[in-house]
Design a protein around this ligand. Sequence first.
Ligand code: HGY
Ligand code: MN
Ligand code: MN
Length: 419
Amino acid sequence: MTLVPKIDGERLLGRLDAFARIGSTPAGGVNRQAFSVEDRAARRLLAELALGRGFQVFQDGMANLFIRRWGLDAAQPPLLIGSHLDSQPTGGRFDGALGTLSAFEALEALEDARAQTLMSIEVVAWSNEEGSRFAPGVMGSMAFTGADISAWNSIIGSDGAPLSEEIEATIAALPEAKLRPIGMPISGYIELHIEQGPSLEKERTSIGVVTAVQGTRWLEVSIQGSAGHAGTTGLAYRRDPMVAAVAAMHSLQATIMPHDTSARLTVGRIAAKPGSINAIPQTVTFTVDLRHPRPERLDAMEAELRRVCAAEAKAQNCMATISLSFDMPGAAFSPEMIETIEEAARRLDLRHKQMISGAFHDALFLARVAPAAMIFVPCRDGLSHNESEFVEPADAICGARVLLEATVMLARSRLKTNL
Ligand code: HGY
Ligand code: MN
Ligand code: MN
């Protein structure tokens, strides 16, 4: 009697609770930044669960974590399903974890049903998706899909930790995971993720079928002035980079998003050196995250940012330098994979709609090397990168069910055509 693989909702919800306790914050979120002690603890828990089920566990030189369930035809490249376990400093308990733990739940459902698939299936937890401790983000999937990572050796984290040492320590913390080279052929990739926006909840729709991800650019603006005494330096003698930075930010916030509803501009971090209460700063540095679905608009926004910063720095007799630390062009997912996700949602009789992702995801890079797709579920008030991020249990389970259905379709469809 062949059992049909089924998501065990209670088991999945229990896992989400267990992982939310790793790096939990008093306000109910998680702080599990890339390659931190908390990140390593979450990886260890997942690896031990996997080994307990008899799955094989691997990691690569970027500490991407893989859990493999063999298929009938070892020659077929595996289907990858997963997301990330690292979080923002004040992140939510679902961003990344929902997709990774639902993928593991799907693997367990196949195992419980003793279901056979032609191709092997691997659950993946990508390293450093968030990029908040070590910029850029999506490091694990970028490396896996062939990015040149030679420049990353010199990266220092926002807490002063060297990236290369943190990666090494993370790999060493999980000796049970067999080490393998970075990158390999795959048959496809599916990622379940919370929408991180309000539309699915507002439209009472259970499933988002993601058709594309918008482009993202991260820039660092550094404005150099002249440090001086707060009490003795009159206006005419000041070259104050803080005045220039505030004027530039104000001008950009007043023009970019109000004039283009698809544009996103965020200043997430600002620092003044020397940072003394009674000294005019020498330097003020701030980060800018730019997003837009259309590349030409992203170009125009970056040009406007450069123009405004140069002008406001000049007005204060200061100098602005701007570096681009992350440039992630948007991309569309393959029609075949979009259709697979829609068919899975239809089979489960779940309300679904096509949509573009405002957030970037590892799937964006996987889409460059194999057919990839994303499944979104609603999150309360569209909140994410916020400790009160929340997903209704029923929505989480529906997302996992669509992930399992699509996984079985993809794996088994090869089964049908090849057997
Ligand atoms: O920033 C992003 O879009 C992703 O959530 N890390
Ligand atoms: Mn995420
Ligand atoms: Mn995130």
